[in-house]
Design a protein around this ligand. Structure first.
Ligand code: NOJ
Length: 498
């Protein structure tokens, strides 16, 4: 089916009363770069092949299969551990400039410790990187995309700040030294908020610890210190010879105030500071540290709850300076928008992150849906978010390191084509009309994969993977054709102005 027909039939189906606006017919800048992303646990499989150690996600999915849709896990996933050359072919066919993937820490270091290296794991990534490079595709490598060696989880995981900062520093140094001649773009952590708040706060992700507003804050503290350590290690020991870039991926929705009232605007600003500033401020803001609104509110509520000190750990002035500015570009994951309304402060009771924020949130029922409950299609929110980042963090270079849409895996995926068209149109307006410095875009995901608690029920891929077939064959969807065309023409519609 031609792009126009796919779009047309999709638009007729989803009603024209939604937020569809005419996509712009200008071209993306010549030096704009395009890629797709995956993550180790979501695609690799081979969970215990060739000496790989157990990760906390192996452990979690095996221990609590009832926590995952259909009791599924990443034991085989897309089998990219064996089929990575096919993945590179898919990328080549798309014309992608880069591939963002993550290293499985426990594949390289089965116990998490840098003194015990699994050579087969190192070889796997060397082979993948070399296949990418020989096809002209730049590797963008994430060190930590949620799968922690279980041996480190057993010692307390991320809330164990002193241990984890050291272990992560050793792991990062090893990765830079092993792969850094070929890898010029590094991301230390992916969406650490999901690890910290879902893993150690609400307790729904691995490792399933319920310590909302206590361990979740400690976890974030460790992550920020670990990121900065890795950045400085790169700066001092590797940058002079390897000359690459290091960043940390932070994710957020756009938070739209429910009305023009000062209270709703203040509530939306507070929400984005807790949600995004929690990780972004210390690194990307010229003043560093946690957002003041977090420091003040958590200290005040902790005191009323009877804690001797704030549940939010404090950075010393030296630490604030050490963490501040540890980035070479702003790495942003974003998918959707949430409405925010002012609320009176929630009552003091069980401590928790949401009570610390005390706002009311929802998603508008008129917004188009995806297969994921949290993901509504709100393209204009991304343009607003990009402008907010541009203003708040002093006009950084931004690379969108994830953006995408879920459905049930159909090959004629008009919903996904429409999502990319509309989101990219708003991103292009942010670049051309608002002057935001966005230099790259990453479609999540190269292929359908293990979507965490949703198992294989929500599909984000440009390529379909047949999970019922032991060979895990990949098939291009309509969105792969569309993305390929966008990459080659830099144009979102059939014809663009020159
Ligand atoms: C964010 C995460 O980085 C990725 O692992 C996940 O699959 C996608 N978003 C979609 O939920």
């Amino acid at each position: 089916m031609k792009l126009k027909n796919i779009l047309l039939s999709f638009l007729v189906q989803v009603t024209l009363s939604t937020t569809f606006s005419e996509p712009i017919n200008k071209k993306f800048p010549k030096n704009f770069i395009w890629g797709t992303a995956t993550a180790s646990y979501q695609v690799e499989g081979g969970w215990q092949d060739d000496g790989k150690g157990e990760s906390n996600w192996d452990h979690f999915t095996h221990t609590y299969p009832d926590h995952i849709a259909n009791g599924d896990n990443g034991d085989i996933a897309c089998d990219s551990y064996h089929k990575y050359l096919e993945d590179v072919e898919l990328l080549k066919d798309l014309g992608a400039n880069f591939y963002r993937f993550s290293l499985s820490w426990s594949r390289i270091l089965p116990t998490g410790n840098a003194d015990e290296v699994n050579q087969a794991g190192v070889d796997y990534y060397k082979n993948l990187i070399s296949a990418l490079k020989s096809n002209g595709i730049e590797p963008f490598v994430t060190l930590f995309h949620w799968d922690l060696p279980q041996a480190l989880e057993d010692q307390g995981g991320w809330p164990n700040t002193d241990l984890l900062v050291e272990k992560f520093a050793d792991y990062a140094r090893l990765a830079f030294s092993l792969f850094g001649d070929d890898v010029k773009n590094w991301m230390t952590f992916n969406e650490a908020k999901q690890t910290c708040q879902l893993g150690y706060g609400y307790g729904v992700f691995a490792p399933g610890v319920n310590s909302d507003g206590i361990d979740s804050y400690k976890c974030a503290h460790t992550v920020l210190k670990s990121h900065a350590r890795a950045y400085h290690i790169y700066d001092e020991e590797f940058r002079p010879t390897q000359n690459g870039r290091v960043s940390m991926v932070v994710d957020t929705d756009w938070f739209e105030p429910a009305s023009d009232s000062d209270q709703d605007k203040e509530a939306a600003e507070r929400k984005i500071q807790f949600n995004f500033g929690w990780y972004a401020n210390a690194i990307y803001h010229p003043d560093g540290n946690y957002p003041q609104v977090m420091i003040d509110r958590i200290a005040e509520r902790s005191q009323r709850e009877g804690f001797e000190q704030s549940r939010l750990p404090a950075f010393t002035p030296e630490e604030v300076n050490y963490i501040k500015g540890t980035y070479d570009f702003f790495a942003l994951n974003t998918y959707t928008t949430t409405m925010v309304q002012w609320s009176d402060d929630w009552e003091i009771g069980t401590p928790g992150y949401d009570a610390d924020i005390s706002v009311t949130t929802w998603q508008d029922s008129s917004w188009n849906s995806s297969a994921s409950g949290w993901l509504k299609v709100v393209p204009w929110g991304t343009r607003k978010l990009l402008n907010w980042i541009d203003q708040t963090y002093n006009h950084p270079e931004i690379v969108i390191t994830e953006n995408g849409f879920s459905d049930h895996g159909e090959l004629e995926d008009g919903g996904r084509v429409n999502y990319y068209l509309e989101y990219l149109s708003n991103i292009l307006q942010a670049i051309l009309d608002d002057g935001v410095n966005v230099t790259g875009y990453t479609a999540w995901s190269l292929m359908d994969n293990f979507e965490w608690l949703s198992g294989y029920t929500e599909k984000f891929g440009l390529h379909q993977v047949d999970f019922g077939n032991p060979d895990r064959p990949r098939t291009a969807k309509s969105s792969a054709e569309y993305y390929k065309k966008v990459i080659s023409t830099r144009c979102l519609v059939d014809v663009c102005e020159d």
